[in-house]
Write a protein that binds this ligand. Structure first.
Ligand code: F6R
Length: 246
């Protein structure tokens, strides 16, 4: 596990984008595993900037995202597809038919999960998986206690997550109750993993996840067992581990 120290959010984003770019340059037809959330937004913005300068080419890249809400269509502003399209896909020369997320509109959840596992296998697995880190150590929608053996699965959102999401929807009835996520097994099968973390509010979980016990209670702790993980974190997120890492 390599920890790359960044000064602040912008520096974290630039360093993470450099690692994604290196992957794309070394293997132009690579498979990138992508995440949504606030942390990687700057990374995507940096990749878009380098693409506009002519330094990056997405034409042969395939992407598979970590997760998607059940019941939201691609053009719903709250869907993860919409987020990815807004932040990255619509701004670079990626072939949209090679961008994959679980199908939020298919009513048969088992089919969605089966199909998504097959897509990941068919594209040859993920070369580089980008991850954010939840305050409780979740990665994707894998919440504390989920078995490490899980592949893509459908989860019921907790009441507190639904309440937190309520602000994005016109009423509580519109808040999705379920979501699809790659499981820990799927994530661990990626050849390389890149975690981006920033902010003082993540300092405690950074210590627990990457320097504490490996336990399903802290899903990200399993990353300690992967042989190619890079964590790019800003000073604030590393505040509690300064003595533990170079
Ligand atoms: C996003 C995802 C989540 C986020 C995590 C951190 O696709 O799966 O696990 O990475 O919740 O979110 P932010 O970056 O908003 O702090």
């Amino acid at each position: 596990m390599k920890i790359v120290r960044a000064k602040d959010y912008n520096d974290m984003s630039r360093k993470a984008a450099n690692i994604v770019s290196a992957q794309m340059i070394m293997k132009p037809n690579c498979v990138l595993g992508l995440a949504t959330g606030s942390t990687p937004i700057g990374t995507y913005a940096q990749l878009v900037e380098w693409y506009r300068k002519g330094d990056l080419d997405f034409s042969e890249v395939t992407t598979v995202n970590l997760d998607e809400y059940k019941g939201l269509s691609k053009d719903d502003e709250q869907s993860y597809y919409y987020f990815m399209n807004d932040k990255l896909f619509s701004k670079v020369n990626i072939n949209l038919s090679r961008t994959f997320l679980p199908d939020g509109m298919e009513p048969d959840s088992d089919k969605v999960c089966r199909d998504y596992n097959k897509i990941i296998a068919d594209v040859g697995g993920v070369d580089l998986q980008l991850l954010g880190l939840g305050h409780n150590g979740h990665i994707g929608f894998n919440e504390p206690g989920m078995a490490f053996e899980a592949e893509t699965h459908c989860i019921n959102l907790t009441e507190s997550t639904m309440k937190a999401n309520q602000r994005f929807f016109s009423s509580m009835d519109d808040v999705p109750r379920q979501a699809y996520t790659m499981g820990i097994k799927t994530i661990m099968q990626a050849k390389k993993i890149l975690v981006v973390v920033n902010g003082a509010d993540k300092a405690a979980i950074v210590k627990e996840a990457f320097f504490g016990a490996i336990t399903p209670k802290v899903q990200a702790s399993v990353l300690q067992l992967h042989n190619d993980v890079t964590i790019v974190a800003d000073e604030a997120a590393l505040a509690e581990v300064t003595d533990l890492c170079p």
